[in-house]
Design a protein around this ligand. Sequence first.
Ligand SMILES: Cc1cc2nc3c(=O)[nH]c(=O)nc-3n(C[C@H](O)[C@H](O)[C@H](O)COP(=O)(O)O)c2cc1C
Length: 337
Amino acid sequence: MKNAYERLVRPVLFAIDPESAHHLAIGSLRIASGVDLALRLLRCFHPAPNPKRLFGLDFLNPIGLAAGLDKNGLALPAWAAMGFGFIEIGTITAKPQPGNPKPRIFRFPEQHALINRLGFNNDGADVIAGRLRVLKQSERWPRAPVGINIGKSRVTELKDATADYLYSFRTLREFADYVVLNVSSPNTPGLRDLQSADALSELLVAIARENLKPSKPIMVKIAPDLSPQQLEQIISVCETNGVAGIIATNTTLDHSSIPREQDQQGGLSGAPLREKSTGLVRQIVSRSKIPVIASGGIMDGNSAREKIEAGAQLVQIYTGLIYRGPGLLREIAAALT
Ligand SMILES: Cc1cc2nc3c(=O)[nH]c(=O)nc-3n(C[C@H](O)[C@H](O)[C@H](O)COP(=O)(O)O)c2cc1C
C-alpha cells in the first residue's frame, strides 16, 4: 500500500523536472529549518530512538541521510527534526563550482532508480563553512552527528588532488563529527582513480597529518564497481592508515537494468544498485573489522535489514527518500528493531 507521500506529494514532485523538484524540496526544508512550528511538524516522521555508539559518536538511530541531497548544508535542522540518526552533507569541494550542464538528474520510476551526473555542484568550502558557523552559534545545530563529505574540485588536476582535499578538510573539519573522503563519484573525471592504492595512501597520510586533536573519524566512500582485487587493496590501505569507516557504496556505472534507449550517462542509484552494493558490504565485513556504513538501494525495511544482516553498522538513504518520502524512516526503523 502506498504511503501519504507516495499518493499525494510524489505525483506533484514527479510532475516537474527532477532538479527543479530537488530545489523545491531543499528550499522548503531550508525555510522549515528556521521555523520552530515547521520543525515540530516534521517531528511527526521521527522514528523511535534506537541509539548506537560508534566512532566515539552517539547516533540517535542507525539511519542516515546520504551525501548529495543537501550538498550545501542548507537544511540540517530539518533533517534532524525528521528523525535522521545522522546527517551527511556535501560533497563539498575546495572551490565553488556549477557542476555539469543540465539536465543532469533522470528518474526511472519503473526501476525505482535515478541516474545523475551533477558533478559536485556546490557553494565551495569557504561559503559552506560560513553557513555552518552561523548555524553552530544558533540553537538549531542538530544533536545527531553531522558528517562532511569532501571531494576534488573539477578544475584541480588529479596530481594536485591531495592539496585540494586538504583545503576543504582544514576549512570544514571544526563542523564535522566525521569527515568522508569521496573518491568514488563517477561524475568528476579521474576522481575514482584516487581509489588506487598509491593515490589513496597519499591522500590518507596527508589527511592524518592534519587530523590533530580533537581528531575526527575519517571515512572513505567507495564505488560499487570495484574488482575484488581493487577492494582488497583499498581495505588494506584503509587499515594501514587508521580509517574509521568505509561507506559502501556510491552510485554505479552498471546500467544494465535500464532500457538502452532510455539510458543516460552518470551514476545509477536506487533499487538496481541494492544487490551489488550489499555484496560489497559483505566482502568488506568478511575481510576487515573496519565498520561499514551501507548506502545503495535501500528502498524499504527489507533492503535496510539486508545491509545490517550483511554486517553494516549504519545505513544511509538517498533515492529511497525520493521515491518513498520521509515515512521511509519509520519503516526502516521498525525493520531494524
Ligand atoms: C542526485 C544524486 C546526487 C548525489 N550526490 C552525491 C555526492 O555529492 N556525494 C556523494 O558521496 N554521493 C552522492 N550521491 C550518492 C548517494 O549518496 C548514495 O551513495 C547513492 O545514491 C546510493 O544510495 P541510494 O541508492 O540510496 O541513492 C548522489 C546520489 C544522487 C542520486
